[in-house]
Design a protein around this ligand. Structure first.
Ligand code: NOJ
Ligand code: CA
Length: 712
């Protein structure tokens, strides 16, 4: 009898669940997302594109940890099954908004939404799962309304699945709680396990590798039948960064959140939501790059007056340290120097500290002469003698300059030439120390007229045991963004968590590193395919401060570094277009730009803010070609970048205005150029062009091209 009842109950529940299946399609009808409760009331979704499976039936849910802090004390429970659908709602949304800066001057946010209201009778808890389906993908998130039985709660793990329909090719980084600076791996999903160990950057990684099939997002994939699929997240605020753990027998990814120092993954209070979990899909790779899905899933701008936020081109006292072996520190007396205990005025200068007044003046002159807006100066402040490696709490105070850096005079000098200095705050990952000094640091910036800061999080996090991508650290990064906004300061955070489109809401977040940047070209180099995968992966969430423009690709010509840049010289120019960012550095030394003055002209000319962008050619980790229209002008710039293989681009100029005449300046790899053997062979040609003309360009191995098209 008992057995019969259970069977009957299962049948009845199954029938109820069948009735609760709901499908929502994209505005153009090509993408369909179906939600149902399966088995014992398990929230389940699946997704198709033009009728092809993109995500096979996949479970949704979370496990909650035992929590003595919850209102009534809470045992370990789950929000995984036993649900009933109490209501569903479908709506449509269509608006066009204007980003403060961006690849286009307007962005359309058009989706169909399905809201599923669920109740778990056993716990008397309600949750909502919301789906938004766009023409280029979908987002889903969990929402926790305020309610008696769910007030404070702690997340043990989120179990959002993404069941893949095949053994796709994937471009992945090993899942790690503390670094994203590895080389991207290209392999079948089934090969991740065997490749994992070699992919981990053990020197950077602390204890953060959680599985041999764990990967980071944004994860770009390509199916055998030509579908481009990308999994990422949007609006990750007050929540831990998501990784994906692969069940490589069944090809099912499941979310794996970054823990904090307690080992737990999220401290929540209703009403609250998770970030959006996103799946983008198309049979055309260009759609992956042109997509605004991540930005659209973020909240509109919360900063009322944005007039002080501006795209910025900058140079800096940087490459001579990173590549050239010069020092951030003022003295080499590393053993005796402790913050606050050393009278730097009497310390012996090491003689190779480029953040000094005379050298910074040289950079200011260089910026002023070449139309660059700002000069970053690293190593201006005391503390660098003992900043890293000792998990030390009090390192920098962010306000005291070294004796050879005249902060007042230098800012005045810069301003007199129409240039600003850019602040640098390396926190050495002592977030605690940074938060204590933040207000003073921001006030100092206001006092001297800085409006942008590059921050950094090298080393292990303090509070000790915490991780770079945990909920608490994600809150720290956003705290800095919000405090900086109050002081009208733009922020470019290095080593912070990978972005998830929050720059729509807080557009003073003008850049992030959060991936392997150009600095690695000074540490042995990066794979030539690196920059033609990053736009598909890292850049989905927001711009990267990649710091391109190293025209002297052979470092040994000016210093003892044996590393060399793994692109052609012209390939470096192309990055100003293909690696979209409102913050672009001209990262090489002034004397190297002097040496390649004719090619440097492109860096001077190229815009950093755009009215329009057209992705003309794209294939992950192979090549990218993009044309962009400079903001408020009729001028266009086109960049093409190829990876390891040479590539021929045929560019049809059908985006130019009919009847208008233009002059194109074309920076191309010379016929015999090659990133390894002959990187600095290039040609510069000028010709008149008009709408409909076709330009044929050869890109060398590791090369590219850059074109500026001026309306006459
Ligand atoms: C790592 C950053 O990526 C780099 O740009 C910076 O110069 C160093 N940390 C020092 O802060
Ligand atoms: Ca870095």
């Amino acid at each position: 009898m008992k057995r019969f009842n259970i069977a009957l109950m299962g049948l009845l529940m199954g029938m109820a669940n069948l009735a609760s299946a709901q499908t929502v399609t994209s505005p153009n009808g090509k993408i369909a997302v179906k939600f149902s409760l399966t088995g014992n009331g398990v929230p389940t979704y699946e997704m198709t594109y033009k009728g092809k499976e993109v995500v096979k039936p996949s479970h949704l849910g979370l496990e909650l940890a035992k929590d003595k802090h919850a209102s009534k004390g809470m045992d370990e429970t789950s929000l995984m099954d036993g649900f009933q659908t109490t209501n569903t709602k479908t709506t449509t949304f269509d608006e066009t908004w204007k980003p403060v800066w961006g690849e286009t001057s307007t962005i359309r946010n058009h989706y169909n939404e399905l809201e599923v209201d669920l109740n778990q009778p056993s716990s008397k808890r309600d949750i909502i799962i919301r789906f938004r389906v766009y023409d280029d993908g979908m987002g889903l998130r969990y929402e926790f309304p305020e309610q008696k039985e769910l007030n404070y709660f702690v997340i043990k793990e989120e179990h959002t699945q993404f069941a893949m329909a095949g053994d796709h090719t994937a471009w992945w980084l090993p899942g790690d709680y503390d670094t994203q600076e590895q080389e991207t791996q290209e392999s079948k999903l089934s090969e991740i396990r065997s490749r994992f160990h070699d992919a981990v950057n053990w020197s950077n990684s602390s204890v953060g590798v959680f599985s041999e099939t764990g990967v980071q997002t944004s994860l770009q994939m390509k199916s055998n039948d030509g579908l481009y699929i990308n999994i990422h997240e949007a609006a990750c605020e007050n929540y831990a960064t998501m990784h994906l753990n692969l069940d490589d027998k069944n090809m099912v990814f499941e979310s794996w959140l970054t823990p904090d120092a307690t080992g737990l993954k999220g401290f929540m209070q209703t009403p609250c939501t998770t970030p959006w979990r996103t799946v983008m899909v198309s049979d055309d790779a260009r759609d992956m790059l042109a997509s605004n899905l991540i930005l659209n899933l973020n909240e509109p701008c919360k900063i009322e007056d944005t007039s002080w936020i501006h795209p910025t081109k900058y140079c800096g006292v940087w490459w001579e340290m990173i590549a050239g072996g010069k020092s951030w520190a003022y003295t080499d007396d590393f053993n005796s120097v402790k913050l606050g205990q050393t009278d730097y005025a009497h310390a012996k200068p090491n003689g190779h500290h480029p953040a000094n007044t005379a050298n910074v003046k040289k950079y200011i002159d260089f910026a002023a002469a070449n139309g660059l807006d700002q000069v970053l100066v690293e190593g201006w402040n005391i503390g660098w003698e003992d900043w890293f490696g000792h998990w030390k709490q009090d390192v920098f105070d962010f306000v005291t300059p070294y004796p050879d850096f005249d902060i007042k005079a230098l800012n005045e000098y810069a301003h007199s030439k129409g240039v600003k200095l850019m602040m640098h705050h390396e926190t050495s990952s002592s977030a605690l120390n940074y938060e204590r000094h933040l207000e003073d640091a921001l006030n100092l910036m206001n006092k001297y007229g800085y409006d942008a800061v590059k921050t950094g999080y090298v080393g292990d996090i303090i509070p000790r045991g915490d991780h770079h991508y945990s909920q608490s650290m994600n809150n720290h990064y956003m705290h800095v963004i919000k405090e900086a906004a109050k002081h009208h300061i733009m922020v470019n955070a290095h080593e912070a968590t990978r972005p998830t489109g929050l720059c729509r809401t807080y557009p003073n977040m003008v850049g992030n590193e959060s991936a392997r940047g150009t600095e690695y070209e000074a540490f042995g180099g990066s794979d030539p395919n690196h920059t033609v995968i990053l736009p598909f992966t890292r850049l989905q969430g927001g711009p990267m401060d990649y710091t391109p423009g190293i025209l002297e690709t052979q470092l040994s010509t000016w210093c003892s570094n044996k590393s060399w840049v793994h692109t052609t010289l012209v390939g470096q120019l192309a990055l100003y277009l293909t690696m979209y960012s409102p913050l672009q550095m001209a990262a090489d030394l002034p004397e190297n730009y002097q040496k390649y003055n004719d090619a440097f002209q492109f860096i001077k000319d190229v815009a950093v803010d755009w009215d329009d962008s057209r992705y003309l050619e794209a294939e992950p980790a192979r090549y990218i070609t993009v044309a962009r229209k400079a903001k408020g002008t009729n001028n266009w710039f086109i960049g093409g970048k190829t990876g390891l293989a040479a590539h021929t681009s045929n560019i049809k100029l059908d985006f130019l205005d009919k009847g208008r005449k233009y002059e194109a300046t074309i920076y191309a790899d010379a016929k015999d150029a090659d990133y390894e053997k002959n990187p600095k062979a290039y040609t510069i040609t000028k010709r008149n062009v008009k709408k409909g003309d076709v330009l044929k360009l050869q890109e060398a191995r590791g090369g590219g091209f850059a074109i500026s098209i001026k309306a006459l």
